[in-house]
Every structure is written in structure tokens, then in C-alpha cells.
Design a protein around this ligand. Structure first.
Ligand SMILES: Nc1ncnc2c1ncn2[C@@H]1O[C@H](COP(=O)(O)OP(=O)(O)OP(=O)(O)O)[C@@H](O)[C@H]1O
Length: 315
């Protein structure tokens, strides 16, 4: 694979809190890659490792072929990064901060930045501290993209923004990927990710549980439900990568990746199953199946905590 990011066995703890546990990942070039995970899953920590802001306890990572341990400065020069809470010089106007930042980059920076500000309809002569949250987020995005970085990294880019601004942000990511640039975004906005991502990775409690192209995940993941003959009947799960298993009375439900083509053949007359059906799983259902650690009130989860490793995830 032609990777823009390569992560090998990265682990990191804050005191006794393990934030990343043996994470390995290859992110392909020219794609929008979404890193999904619940609060505290380790997304920001992983991004900070990639940008050279955190030195991991073990393992190694490269961005654009550069070492995240040694070449943090060069990586930051060639990537754009918008953190979950961008800090900027509040007393500057949007124009002034663009002029100031342009000193660190090529001649085209100022033009691209002005164009982006205009496109986002941000007033150029108002101090940043007087701009709205959405306008400030737009300034941060314009600053992060004006040097036309090969990789744009966005940590929770749309959190707290209104639907119109979110849409603009998401469209700008797709536009970048169309130009051959790469985008890595972290998010827990699953419906938004579903609209823009080419690839998804799911982090759960510091472990990378699943990595796959979104379309393949959609095509290969089923929610299979079976109605049992009676409530205490036992039944084998469908053959494939069972992400979760839950039960509600006589109903069994599994979320299964790469189910065997002939999975129905296991639920014939002697199987204790009256009927079985399947439909494609949504990304949200996959996410919940991977991250579920507690049984919910109706559906008793039985296999949700089993390890679920994908072909590329090696956590
Ligand atoms: N500077 C820090 N000091 C101590 N613990 C930290 C620090 N940064 C992160 N952690 C812990 O590491 C774990 C992972 O945090 P991280 O911020 O990477 O998660 P996240 O997936 O980005 O979460 P969120 O979606 O809430 O931003 C959490 O348990 C968090 O409490």
C-alpha cells in the first residue's frame, strides 16, 4: 500500500491510564481516513503522536516517510493540523494572523489563505476574539490548508459547529482528497463520517479494533437476526467475523463481518431456528458492535467484548 502514515506497535500511557495499546496502522495516500472512537478512546493521543507532540512509550510512526520521533518540525511544515481546541493569537484579526503565519511558508500561502477566508465568508478585519466559534474554526482550517499540505489532520473538526459550517468543512475535505491530498480526521459524528470517509478505523479503549475501506465495510457487514423455536434454545453464531451477539427472548442478533456466503445453511430444520434474516449494517451499528462493552437493557450482549480484529488492525 502507498501509505502517507505508518504506525507500528505504538503504545502510550499517561500515568496508569493506557491511552494507546499496541496500535499499528497504515493510512493510504489520497484518501479521507476517519478515526472513530468514543470519548477517551485515544484519538487525540494518536494524532499528537503523529504530529510529534507526544513521544510514545514504545513503537514508531512515520508521516510522509518522516519519523514522528525525530522529524516533528518537518512533519508540521508539510502537514496541516487543526486541533480540537485551536489556540490562536486572539488579539490579531483574521487577516493579520494569515500575514503572520505566511512568514513560515511559501509565497502562495497568503493568496490561498485569503481565498479560503473569502470562500468561508469570514470578515478579515475583525479580531479573532470577536469572531464566533464557527468563524474561528474556519480561520483555523484556512490557516491549516493555505500551504496546500500533503496531509491535513483534523481533530473533531465539526464539533460545536452549525450544520451549514459542518457541511462546508466536510465538502472541503472531499475536495482535498479529489486533488490527491490526504485527510485524517477524528470524530464521533458517525453520520458525517459516513458521508465523506473513504476509510474508517475504530479505536476503542486505546486499541485499534477495525480498519477498512468504508465501502467494503458496508458491503461485507450484515446484521443477521434469527428467531428461535423457544427462549432457552441455543444456536451457533453465523460463520464469519462476529462483532457482536445479543439476545432478546427468542430473537438472536449478530453483527457479522464477512459472513460466509452460505450462512443460512446452518439454520435449517434441525437447528432450533424458525427463521433467519439479514440486512446490511450501518456504520453506526458496526461502531456500536465494536465498542459495546455493557449489555443494554433489552438486548443481552453476549459476545460484544470478544476481540474483533480486522485484516489491517493489529491491536
Ligand atoms: N495529558 C493527559 N494527562 C492524563 N491523561 C490523559 C492526557 N491526555 C489524555 N489522557 C487520557 O488518555 C485517554 C485517551 O485520551 P484522548 O484525549 O486521546 O481520547 P479521545 O479519543 O481524543 O477522546 P475525546 O473524543 O473525548 O476527545 C483518556 O483516558 C484520557 O483521560
Amino acid at each position: 500500500m502507498n501509505s502517507i502514515v505508518s504506525i507500528e506497535n505504538v503504545s502510550h500511557s499517561f500515568g496508569r491510564q493506557q491511552a494507546l495499546i499496541n496500535v499499528s496502522l497504515e493510512i493510504p495516500k489520497g484518501q479521507v481516513f476517519a478515526l472513530l472512537g468514543e470519548n477517551g478512546a485515544g484519538k487525540t493521543t494518536l494524532i499528537r503522536v503523529l504530529t510529534g507532540l507526544i513521544r510514545p512509550d514504545s513503537g514508531s510512526a512515520t508521516v510522509l516517510g518522516l519519523s514522528c520521533l525525530r522529524d516533528g518540525q518537518a512533519i508540521r511544515q508539510r502537514t496541516g493540523y487543526v486541533s480540537d481546541s485551536p489556540s490562536m493569537y486572539e488579539w490579531m484579526t483574521a487577516d493579520e494572523i494569515g500575514w503572520f503565519t505566511s512568514a513560515f511558508y511559501d509565497d502562495q500561502f497568503a493568496n490561498r489563505y485569503s481565498e479560503a477566508l473569502m470562500g468561508f465568508e469570514v470578515p478579515p478585519n475583525v479580531k479573532l476574539k470577536h469572531l464566533s466559534k464557527g468563524q474561528r474554526a474556519k480561520v483555523a482550517l484556512a490557516l491549516a490548508t493555505a500551504h496546500d499540505p500533503e496531509l491535513l489532520i483534523l481533530d473533531e473538526p465539526t464539533s460545536g459547529l452549525d450544520p451549514m459550517v459542518r457541511r462546508q468543512f466536510l465538502e472541503s475535505m472531499v475536495d482535498r482528497a479529489a486533488l490527491g491530498r490526504s485527510v485524517l480526521l477524528s470524530s464521533h459524528q458517525i453520520n458525517e463520517v459516513e458521508r465523506v470517509a473513504d476509510w474508517v478505523g475504530i479505536l476503542h479503549q486505546g486499541r485499534l479494533k477495525l480498519v477498512q475501506p468504508l465501502q467494503a465495510l458496508r458491503d461485507n457487514t450484515l446484521v443477521i437476526t434469527a428467531t428461535l423455536e423457544h427462549g432457552d434454545a441455543t444456536v451457533v453464531p453465523p460463520r464469519g467475523d462476529v462483532l457482536s451477539e445479543s439476545r432478546n427472548g427468542r430473537q438472536m442478533r449478530w453483527v457479522v463481518r464477512e459472513a460466509a456466503d452460505d450462512w443460512r445453511s446452518d439454520y435449517g430444520e434441525q437447528s432450533g431456528v424458525l427463521s433467519a434474516d439479514a440486512r446490511p449494517a450501518s456504520l453506526e451499528e458496526v461502531f456500536v458492535a465494536v465498542c459495546e462493552t455493557r449489555p443494554d437493557s433489552a438486548w443481552q450482549s453476549e459476545a460484544a467484548t470478544q476481540p474483533t480484529t480486522g485484516p489491517l488492525a493489529s491491536a
